[in-house]
Ligand binder design. Structure first.
Ligand code: CP3
Length: 340
């Protein structure tokens, strides 16, 4: 097995800098579109054979050094009992958002084997096929909570912040319930064979540091503390738009911190201790002409030379209109320029 990714996560020396791409399985690939053409997104997520197929696509096409389980951060929320729909062009919708204690009381903490068995089955099947490590994942409690409270995606997070500031006990109760669910869910993924776990905090960056510390971070810390008791696989925390939260994020206890593109990775390395760093090419810079893209990748690799382990990635998910050949070229450039 190619274990370059796992070594970099642990801060060990590697022959080259490993790369994988957030959302590497997805709509920018015609091969994904083909599978997706026959089923809805939720059907796809619940059919292990199809999840295996689309997880493997970018491994062959892009030559990346890790696979990420095909699923979605919102799948366990549905298992908690929240009604979930995906509307074409509008993204996820929770038609019955959580507004009060009675709504919250209706949610359960699901047994992953019983309610999320299709995810564990996907992981078991993938481990038989893969020759690169498999990353499992979940949303962070704060990010998942925003979807349940807003009823879907948001730009201003009015309802979420209203609950935080005017009904903090309800908000904390909800975060605790999502946390309990996430701990069981990620433990089950590790038991099924996931070789690293990433926690996606896509919306952490909308919080002031003091609110991040009070309302979001303690739950990530609890998840990582509990996982540590169960497994020694690398744990990655990605707080999108989180460069102002970097020191706090480090206190999550994660082995690896994901970085978006808004910070220079060398500057980030100076601010943290022994964690490895993952990132951080602006996803839209994949549109650069190849010579400029190569130079840009070279700069990130140079800037990252003093990190205690570097996993190359984009600073957020690959955009759906990205030409696949640009992503293929980016992977080649990382491998070529970082070879030692
Ligand atoms: O390749 C991979 O990275 C694995 C699969 C994966 C998906 N979603 C598949 C997906 C992963 C890791 C996610 C995580 C996810 N899902 C996040 C965190 C990462 C981030 O981007 O910040 C979030 C916030 C979600 C919630 C979500 N799922 C939204 C907002 C949307 C719709 C908008 C969009 O970008 O498409 C989804 C749908 C989704 N999840 C798709 C895919 C491939 C597109 C669905 C389709 O085929 O129509």
């Amino acid at each position: 097995m190619n274990d370059t990714f796992l070594k970099a996560c642990r801060g060990e020396k590697t022959d080259y800098t490993p790369i994988w791409i957030m959302r590497q399985a997805g709509r920018y690939l015609p091969e994904y579109q083909k599978v997706r053409g026959n089923v809805t997104f939720l059907e796809l997520c619940k059919t292990p054979e199809l999840c295996v197929e689309v997880t493997l696509q970018p491994i062959d096409i892009l030559n990346v050094d890790a696979a990420i389980l095909f699923s979605d951060i919102l799948i366990p929320l549905e298992a908690m009992g929240a009604k979930l729909e995906f509307h074409e062009g509008r993204g996820p919708v929770f038609p019955d958002p959580i507004k009060n204690q009675a709504d919250l009381d209706k949610l359960i903490v699901p047994d992953p084997a019983e309610h999320l068995g299709f995810v564990m089955e996907t992981i078991r099947l993938l481990r038989k096929e893969l020759n690169v490590p498999l990353i499992g994942f979940s949303g962070a409690p704060f990010t998942n909570a925003t979807y349940l409270i807003e009823g879907g995606s948001s730009k201003v997070f009015w309802e979420t912040k209203k609950m935080m500031y005017t009904a903090p006990e309800l908000f904390h109760g909800m975060m605790q319930k999502i946390t309990d669910c996430t701990i069981l869910y990620l433990k089950a993924q590790a038991e099924a064979g996931a070789q690293a776990l990433q926690i996606f905090d896509s919306w952490a960056g909308v919080l002031a540091p003091c609110d991040f510390k009070t309302f979001a971070l303690p739950y990530v810390q609890e998840i990582i503390r509990e996982l540590r008791k169960a497994t020694d696989i690398p744990l990655i925390y990605f707080a999108n738009n989180g460069s102002t939260l970097l020191e706090l994020s480090e206190s999550s206890g994660a082995d690896v911190l994901g970085l978006d593109w808004r910070i220079n990775i060398g500057d980030a390395a100076k601010r943290v201790g022994k964690v490895a760093l993952q990132g951080n090419l602006d996803p839209f810079s994949l549109l650069l002409p190849k010579d400029k893209l190569k130079k840009r990748i070279g700069n990130i690799l140079d800037d990252a030379k003093d990190t205690n382990g570097h996993i190359f990635n984009l600073g957020h998910g690959i955009h759906q209109f990205t030409p696949p050949e640009q992503a293929i070229a980016a992977v080649e450039f990382v491998h070529e320029l970082s070879g030692r």
